[in-house]
Design a protein around this ligand. Structure first.
Ligand SMILES: *Cc1c(COP(=O)(O)O)cnc(C)c1O
Length: 398
C-alpha cells in the first residue's frame, strides 16, 4: 500500500484530519507507542504469534458467505463477511488481540481500557485473561447500570470495572478516567483503544489490526467469483474500525465503491442521532482532529442510536478524510430501518445480526446494486447482545 493517500502520513494525518492533541503529561506514553508500533507489528515473530491466535483462538479466517436468499431478494450478489462468528461475537477482538501482543512486546504488565456499552471492555478483558495481564476497565456509572450483562462478563474474565462518577457518567467520562490512569502509570501500563479513534498512532494501528478483514475478503472473493474485488463494500460506522478494516485493501481501488453507514437514530435532524458525517464539523475529540457533533460553541453533542456501538459523537479521522475526499459514500439509517433489516436477515438467512451491523444491512434497500454486481457486507457482530431490544420491538417485524 505505497503512495496511498488514504493511509496516515508521518505526522499522523489523513488529509487535514488526525494528529495527536494530547495533554503534555501523556506525551511520553504516546511517543513510546508511536516510535515502536510499526517496527513491532512488522516483526515476523509478532506476525506469527498474532496469526496463530487469530486462527486458533478467534476462529479466522471468518467465512465469506454467499447469501443466496438475500441476493434473490435484492436482485444482486450479496456476500456476508462473517465477523459475527469470531470469538466474543464481533470484530473487536481482532484489535484487542493485536494491541495486547504489542503491549507485551513493550514490556507492559497492566492494561487499561474505557468502554461505553461494554463490548470493547469484554474484548479487552478476554485477551487480558488469555495473556495473564492485569485489566482495569473504566466505565461510566450510568453505563454500568445499563449494561449489567457485559459488566458481569468482564468480572467473570477477571477484569476490574471502575465506575466513572463525573460529568454525564458515560463514555467520555470513562475516557477521561482512563487517560488520568495512564498519565499516572506511564511505565507499566498500556491503554487499549477500541476503534480507529484517539491520538496518532492509534487510528492507524487499529486500522492495521482490522485490515485482516479485507485481506481475507480479497482471497475469498477470488476463490468464489474469480475476481479479487467486489463492486461495493458496505459497513457500519461507529468510530469506524470494522469499516476501516473492510475498506483497507480496497481504498486505492476505484473500481470498488465504499459505503459507510452511520446511525440516524430517530432521524438525522430529530436531535436524537449519531450521523456525524452530516451533522459534524471539524473539532477535536479523544486526541484527534476529526468530524464531530458539537454545539455552536464547540460543546460535544450527546449522540443517540438504539445500537450502543454506533452511539458515538465523532468518527475516526480516516473516515473524516474518506468523507471529505468523497472516496467513501456516507449513508445513514434510522433505528426503525435497522430493526427492519435485522428481522429480514433473520428470516431470509437464519442469522441474527448485531443491531450495529443491521444498519449496514438496511442500506441495501437504497443501494440498488445491479444484477451482475458483487457486494460485500461486513457483518460486524452477532445479535445475542441485542436480544432484549429485538424482543421488545418484535411486533414491528411480525
Ligand atoms: C463496537 C461495534 C461496532 C462499532 O464500532 P466500529 O469501530 O465503528 O466498528 C459495530 N458493530 C459491532 C458489532 C460492534 O460491536
Amino acid at each position: 500500500m505505497k503512495d496511498n493517500k488514504f493511509t496516515v502520513n508521518e505526522k499522523g494525518y489523513y488529509g487535514e484530519f488526525g494528529g495527536a492533541f494530547i495533554p503534555e503529561l501523556l506525551y511520553p506514553n504516546v511517543e513510546e507507542l508511536r516510535k515502536n508500533y510499526l517496527g513491532i507489528i512488522n516483526e515476523p515473530t509478532f506476525q506469527k504469534e498474532l496469526n496463530s491466535l487469530l486462527q486458533d483462538y478467534v476462529g479466522r479466517p471468518s467465512p465469506l458467505y454467499f447469501a443466496k436468499r438475500m441476493s434473490e431478494h435484492y436482485k444482486t450478489n450479496v456476500f456476508l463477511k462473517r465477523e459475527d462468528l469470531n470469538h466474543t461475537g464481533a470484530h473487536k477482538i481482532n484489535n484487542t488481540l493485536g494491541q495486547i501482543l504489542l503491549a507485551k512486546r513493550l514490556g507492559k504488565t497492566r492494561i487499561i481500557a474505557e468502554t461505553g456499552a461494554g463490548q470493547h471492555g469484554v474484548a479487552t478483558a478476554t485477551v487480558c485473561a488469555l495473556m495473564n495481564m492485569e485489566c482495569v476497565v473504566y466505565m461510566g456509572e450510568v453505563d454500568i447500570k445499563r449494561q449489567a450483562p457485559n459488566v458481569a462478563r468482564m468480572k467473570l474474565l477477571g477484569a476490574k470495572v471502575v465506575p466513572a462518577l463525573s460529568g454525564s457518567k458515560t463514555l467520555k467520562d470513562a475516557t477521561n478516567e482512563a487517560i488520568r490512569d495512564w498519565i499516572n502509570h506511564p511505565l507499566d501500563t498500556y491503554y487499549i483503544i477500541g476503534s480507529v479513534v484517539g491520538p496518532h498512532p492509534y487510528p492507524d494501528m487499529v486500522a492495521r489490526f482490522q485490515a485482516v478483514i479485507s485481506a481475507e475478503i480479497k482471497i475469498q472473493l477470488a476463490e468464489k467469483t474469480g475476481r479479487d474485488y467486489p463492486d461495493y463494500v458496505v459497513a457500519c460506522v461507529g468510530g469506524g474500525s470494522n469499516a476501516a478494516g473492510a475498506f483497507y485493501h480496497f481504498m486505492n481501488d476505484k473500481r470498488v465503491q465504499l459505503i459507510a453507514v452511520e446511525a440516524a437514530g430517530k432521524g438525522i435532524h430529530s436531535g436524537h442521532s449519531a450521523a456525524t458525517s452530516v451533522l459534524g464539523r471539524p473539532g477535536i475529540i479523544h486526541g484527534s482532529k476529526t468530524l464531530l457533533m458539537q454545539t455552536e460553541d464547540g460543546q460535544i453533542t450527546e449522540p443517540y442510536s438504539l445500537s450502543a456501538g454506533l452511539d458515538y459523537p465523532g468518527v475516526g479521522p480516516i473516515h473524516a478524510h474518506l468523507h471529505k475526499t468523497g472516496r467513501a459514500r456516507f449513508a445513514s439509517v434510522t433505528d426503525e430501518q435497522a430493526l427492519k433489516a435485522a428481522f429480514l436477515l433473520c428470516r431470509l438467512e437464519g442469522i441474527i445480526p448485531a443491531l450495529e451491523s443491521a444498519h449496514a444491512l438496511a442500506e441495501l434497500e437504497n443501494l440498488k446494486a445491479k444484477e451482475q454486481e458483487v457486494l460485500v457486507l461486513n457483518l460486524s457482530g452477532r445479535g445475542d447482545k441485542d436480544m432484549e431490544t429485538y424482543i421488545s420491538k418484535l411486533a414491528i417485524g411480525d
